[in-house]
Design a protein around this ligand. Structure first.
Ligand code: ADP
Ligand code: MG
Length: 385
């Protein structure tokens, strides 16, 4: 039984990272009556701007960590690459969820893949690359492949598609000989993800399986419910839920977890895990009883998990900096005049190509209709043109 006491409002909660995930966390925590301190080195960080306290410092700044530990009753992260030592240090004096150990596994592609394989979870064929000689010869059936740096990759950054040993060597040199994994390029049927929360007692609340499509390695559109197909008489969406829960249990994970899957020849493979709220879970803000950020607050504070039920069909579209051509604001009036559309802009200081600036969802009863609506607005805003 959980004997720890519940942290109630108006306690101060700490968030490592001040991006959009942190910003939505601040909004959820504020709605529930909590205060938030955000640690982020960017003085213009979207979450820092609306937090009660913004500690503008790097993630291993000793003074900032001391302040966090002494003023916050519980701390979490929105930034996958926060040093594991930072989480360990904070955990000496305050509640930190997820644990440093879980984050350490997810932030390194080699330990992540080893963990997944040891847990009996299927992954794409891969080879660990430390030196050029580790790169397989041309005859290997791993090609065409994707070389991915083991650390600090996100949104398709730190990845190169390669067709031969020579191309792989060139990419490896470009990545400055950093440890990498070389992964077989799979022909994907489609991709799905599961975002779940697991509390300190081991209870799990999983959001419905989401179907994701990517553009240039960056999430573009999420559709929920995902299409569903059977393999071996089991529906893919249920299999994804089962695998995600198994994964969280094996990790003894406490917090919100995002699990990305590939579906390849009708089989589910785990692509990667994120020890935090996830872009593909943004639909929960508008379409679920509890959203992923409130769930993060609940796990941190020891409150029971909220109802993860979907109350509407939903389509989410990411808005990247590319649509701010020549620094001109996109035609928001078109999007905002749709009564089923919910706009979320992150107030980032500067629009850059490939940078996540916002997203919108369209919610409603009829899946085909909302998908058509969302795609229409997506085009009107100039995505993919
Ligand atoms: P990131 O950390 O940038 O999200 P991912 O490894 O998830 O990196 O890759 C981003 C996207 O690139 C995936 O969602 C998928 O669309 C595509 N991708 C990555 N690896 C493979 C692969 N082995 N085969 C086919 N597509 C892939
Ligand atoms: Mg990914």
């Amino acid at each position: 039984m959980n004997v720890e006491k519940v942290i109630l409002p108006p306690a101060m909660l700490g968030m490592l990272g001040g991006g959009q995930l942190g910003r939505f966390f601040v909004i959820a925590a504020h709605e529930m009556g909590y205060k938030v301190t955000v640690l982020d080195p960017d003085q213009n960080s979207p979450a820092g701007k609306i937090a009660d306290v913004h500690l503008c410092a790097v993630f291993d700044n000793v003074d900032a960590l001391n302040t966090l530990a002494s003023t916050c009753d519980a701390i979490s992260t929105e930034f996958e690459n926060v040093p594991a030592t930072t989480l360990e240090t904070l955990a000496n004096t305050t509640i930190v969820r997820p644990s440093a150990a879980s984050v350490a596994i997810a932030q390194h592609r080699v330990s992540e893949k080893n963990f997944l394989q040891n847990a009996g979870l299927p992954v794409a064929p891969f080879v660990v690359i430390n030196i050029t000689q580790d790169l397989p010869e041309d005859i290997s059936d791993i090609y065409p492949a994707i070389l991915k740096v083991a650390r600090f990759g996100y949104d398709g950054k730190g990845q190169a598609r390669v067709k031969s040993n020579l191309e792989a060597q060139q990419a490896f040199t470009q990545f400055k000989g950093e440890e990498c994994v070389l992964e077989k390029m799979l022909k994907l049927d489609y991709e799905v993800s599961v975002v779940l929360a697991r509390d300190v007692d081991g209870n799990i609340a999983a959001f419905p399986t989401a179907e994701n499509s990517h553009l240039n390695g960056i999430l573009d559109v999420t559709i929920v419910p995902a299409r569903d197909v059977t393999t071996h008489n089991v529906f893919i969406n249920q299999q994804a839920q089962t695998l995600a829960a198994r994964l969280a249990e094996t990790l003894n994970y406490v917090g919100v977890l995002g699990v990305e899957f590939f579906i390849c020849n009708g089989e589910l493979l785990v692509n990667e895990i994120a020890p935090r709220t996830h872009n593909s879970g943004h639909y929960t803000i508008d379409a679920c009883v509890t959203n992923q950020f409130e769930q993060q607050v609940r796990v941190m504070t020891g409150l029971p998990l909220g109802d993860a039920r979907l109350h509407s069909n939903v389509v989410m579209v990411n808005l990247l900096g590319d649509i701010w051509q020549n620094n001109i604001e996109p035609a928001w009036n078109l999007a905002l005049s749709n009564p089923k559309l919910k706009m979320h802009l992150y107030r980032k200081h500067e629009a850059r190509a490939g940078r996540k600036m916002g997203h919108f969802t369209v919610i409603g009863e009829h899946k085909d209709e909302i998908l058509a609506d969302a795609m229409k607005v997506r085009n009107q805003l100039g995505v993919d043109t």
